[in-house]
Design a binder for this molecule. Structure first.
Ligand SMILES: C[S@@+](CC[C@H](N)C(=O)[O-])C[C@H]1O[C@@H](n2cnc3c(N)ncnc32)[C@H](O)[C@@H]1O
Length: 238
């Protein structure tokens, strides 16, 4: 299904507190054919700190939750509003989506959420300290249907081990998708390479009470089109 078009935020909106840019080394980016993932130099508001923690990002020690592939930022905005005791960081590789999500956070004047425009993979392997995260959220990652493209999936062996390392004991990994093959192969892979995640815990669908009462835009779209969604959560064991 093609994605709906996205509007650029007004130039007058100050994104300086909500948008950071992570520039991966040339040739390492996983940008796909949908458009440039890198911002123009003039659009770079602030670079990403060398170490990503609640302290370096928000100046406090609240639990930090990271969403990989935030798309239009519905989850991040709602969750940051709902849970003021936690900090939220979204990572989105397509710059215009990262900017759109940052604009939502800025408009809502949220002080506990920020977006990073960039590739989540090197951020997890190089910048997030071990045992530091409360939760990792991955909702409706791109399926990369063709077999030869599977290595581009954001949930793969390397990223699962990165998530495991980054989470604190008891920390959560949420993984939702509407692609059965992606779901089943991920469950099998996690059981094999990351038994510290224990057994997958099914997550329930909640009834939407209004049009944006879904966890993410892709959840809204799947449910409106009556496409089944597979939802699971893991909790890291000691
Ligand atoms: C299918 S969309 C789902 C968006 C959102 N999670 C939702 O459920 O509405 C997947 C998103 O992941 C982003 N993405 C893909 N690879 C990424 C990566 N390596 N780092 C950060 N974001 C990535 C894509 O650009 C896209 O916006």
């Amino acid at each position: 299904m093609p994605r709906s078009p996205i509007r650029a935020p007004k130039r007058s909106l100050d994104l300086s507190q909500h948008l950071l840019v992570f520039r991966s080394a040339p040739g390492t980016d996983q940008a796909d054919a949908r458009g440039p993932s890198q911002p123009a130099p003039a659009e770079i508001v602030a670079d990403v700190p060398a170490t990503l923690t609640s302290q370096t990002l928000f100046g406090n020690d609240r639990p930090l939750e990271v969403e990989v592939g935030s798309g239009k930022g519905l989850f991040l905005t709602r969750e940051a509003k709902r849970n003021g005791e936690h900090n939220f960081l979204g990572v989105e590789i397509i710059h215009k989506y990262a900017k759109h999500s940052a604009a939502r956070l800025a408009k809502a004047q949220l002080e506990n959420a920020k977006m990073i425009s960039g590739n989540a993979e090197p951020l997890f392997s190089d910048r997030i300290p071990a045992g530091s995260l409360e939760a990792v959220h991955v909702y409706f990652p791109d399926p990369w249907w063709k077999k030869r493209h599977r290595k581009r999936r954001v949930v793969n062996e390397r990223s699962v081990l990165n998530f495991l390392r980054a989470l604190r004991e008891g920390g959560r990994l949420h993984f939702w998708t509407d692609v059965l093959d992606y779901f089943e192969s991920t469950i099998e892979m996690i059981a094999e390479i990351a038994p510290q995640f224990g057994v997958p815990i099914p997550e329930e669908m909640s009834q939407a009470t209004h049009d944006l009462d879904y966890r993410t835009h892709f959840e809204r779209r799947s449910r409106k089109n009556q496409i089944p969604v597979y939802r699971v959560r893991y909790e890291k064991r000691g």
